[in-house]
Design a protein around this ligand. Sequence first.
Ligand code: PRP
Ligand code: URA
Ligand code: MG
Length: 210
Amino acid sequence: MENQVFVMDHPLIQHKLTFLRDKNTGSKEFRELVGEIAMLMCYEATRDLPLQEVHIETPMGEATTKVIAGRKLAFVPILRAGLGMVEGVLEMVPAAKVGHIGLYRDHKTLQPVEYYNKLPQDITERDVIVLDPMLATGGSAIDAISIVKRSNPKSIKFMCIIAAPEGVKALSEAHPDVQIYCAAVDDHLNEIGYIVPGLGDAGDRIFGTL
Ligand SMILES: O=P(O)(O)OC[C@H]1O[C@H](OP(=O)(O)OP(=O)(O)O)[C@H](O)[C@@H]1O
Ligand SMILES: O=c1cc[nH]c(=O)[nH]1
Ligand SMILES: [Mg+2]
């Protein structure tokens, strides 16, 4: 299971994460930080994209250089909070398509409830990165990935900002083929399913609905 989880401890990501966690950070700055962290994480999560050689002419002569080898990506944010990560990852991969899966966690049962699902038509030709800032019990990520799998993409990765150990375990068991990228694995979940220390409710902090 450990090999499946990549914790991105780059100083820039860790620095931004501190301000994201701070309860005094307002919605505007929170949104900006989520976008910036997603962009930095995307850089690392796409490290294994295959390259192919091309021949070009520079102003100084001919050169054999590299471009990404026709591999197509799709990002799939889990609504709402995953939307906060989209702009940042598209800065890195502007040609990617974006699907959406709407899920909210029932506050009593903590079970995810699906309310929206729209994926790119050519998803079978694409590598998918599912986005959500928070992996708590893992229920939402597990369901979202099951939905994406039914459309048969080439591969699936999951990218979150903060994970709980409980969520990492549940997701790894449910989808052992899916690599998990995160900026931190926190201490635990509290009795109402929030990550501690975490950052509170990511969707509410992004959209100012607290
Ligand atoms: O791992 P889990 O226990 O399923 O919890 C994580 C989910 O909870 C949050 O969404 P929420 O239900 O608050 O919806 P929102 O994004 O619309 O606020 C978060 O963005 C994840 O989708
Ligand atoms: O801590 C948590 C857990 C689930 N969803 C959030 O937004 N935050
Ligand atoms: Mg929420």
